[in-house]
Ligand binder design. Structure first.
Ligand SMILES: [Zn+2]
Ligand SMILES: [Zn+2]
Ligand SMILES: [Zn+2]
Length: 329
């Protein structure tokens, strides 16, 4: 009987089933419905209908996403932005780094504003540092959200630099600094793809703009690093990458490190297990949770490596004091 109904109606009925057992027993009840189980487009439509989620990652099928239960935890306002609209957003970002005159209002400072991520929208507005509901100064970004229902913004505040924020979910998207709250893998990957595109440097043929963007990145990352001084430094970062990063932060080099490859810190046959013979200052350095999240979302990780906690909270001052004494302003 059910199988004679139009596809859309079948979806509407099936999306209401909260119990997976019920869903599978209906799908198994006749041959034409059983065919849906093998059809990933069906699971895509079901996820879209039920959770409003329109994005997924290559590593998992829509069926896997549905079964994992992750779809329920993901921001349904995030979109799979096309390359063209991301390029426009990035041009706006670069432009804002060079000149904020005439944008939004006089409250816009370089360290507290955000970019609306809605395709076709070019709004850049002021906002509170943390953008949360009880923010002291909500700014024109929130007004823009209220007037237009555009939900996703790219935050450009110093401590949350390059963080995607959803006004509707009232939550950051993807990676952020609280390790006890893990976002679903698909949301993290989408967020990372967007942010790494946005964080890419301008081409060599525009050296002035390139230098401006490098300087801004440096200033932001210096602030992030100094801000973390009073926090527990527990996350292990491979030393060569770390040295390259510090050289960038203190202005010794304009070359930023690429994606972090932390795999050297783990046993070759067990990528989840830290080697026992690691020496701090030689094999690795320690960073706090915000820097870890920043590295994950902006620099990215190579070779499927991880950033893990060494378990032992330590305070390391070398790189941070070097920063304070050398180039911080
Ligand atoms: Zn959302
Ligand atoms: Zn404003
Ligand atoms: Zn907008």
């Amino acid at each position: 009987m059910l199988n004679r109904l139009p596809y859309e109606i079948i979806l509407l009925i099936l999306m209401r089933l909260n119990n997976r057992k019920d869903l599978f027993s209906i799908l198994g009840s006749c041959r034409s419905l059983y065919g849906f189980i093998q059809d990933d487009a069906f699971w895509r439509d079901l996820v879209r209908r039920r959770y409003g989620i329109k994005y997924n990652i290559q590593q998992q099928s829509w069926w896997q996403l549905y079964i994992s239960g992750d779809a329920n935890q993901m921001c349904c306002h995030l979109q799979n932005y096309d390359m063209r609209s991301l390029q426009i957003k990035r041009a706006l970002l670069w432009n804002s780094i060079q000149n904020l005159n005439g944008v939004c209002c006089k409250n816009v400072q370089f360290d507290q504003y955000g970019l609306c991520m809605e395709p076709q929208c070019e709004f850049i507005g002021c906002g509170d540092v943390f953008f949360e509901k009880d923010e002291s100064y909500s700014g024109h970004l929130r007004v823009h959200h209220q007037q237009t229902q555009h939900n996703i913004v790219l935050k450009l505040s110093p401590l949350n630099y390059m963080e995607l924020w959803c006004y509707s979910c009232n939550s950051p998207i993807g990676h952020w600094g609280f390790p006890h709250i893990e976002k679903p893998i698909a949301e993290k990957c989408m967020c990372r793809n967007i942010l790494q595109f946005m964080a890419a440097l301008p081409p060599d043929n525009d050296p002035l703009l390139r230098l401006d963007v490098i300087e801004r990145r440096r200033l932001i990352e210096q602030r992030l690093s100094v801000f973390q001084q009073n926090h527990n430094f527990t996350y292990l970062i491979e030393k060569r990458w770390f040295t390259k990063w510090i050289n960038f932060l203190i202005g010794r080099s304009n070359e930023m490190p690429g994606a972090l490859d932390n795999s050297f810190l783990f046993f070759p046959h067990d990528k989840h297990k830290l080697r026992h013979d690691l020496i701090i200052g030689y094999d690795y350095e320690l960073v706090g949770a915000s820097i870890r999240a920043y590295i994950e979302r902006v620099y990215g990780l190579e070779n499927e490596s991880y950033i893990v906690s060494g378990g032992q909270p330590l305070y390391r001052g070398i790189s941070q004091s070097a920063l304070l004494h050398r180039n911080y302003h």
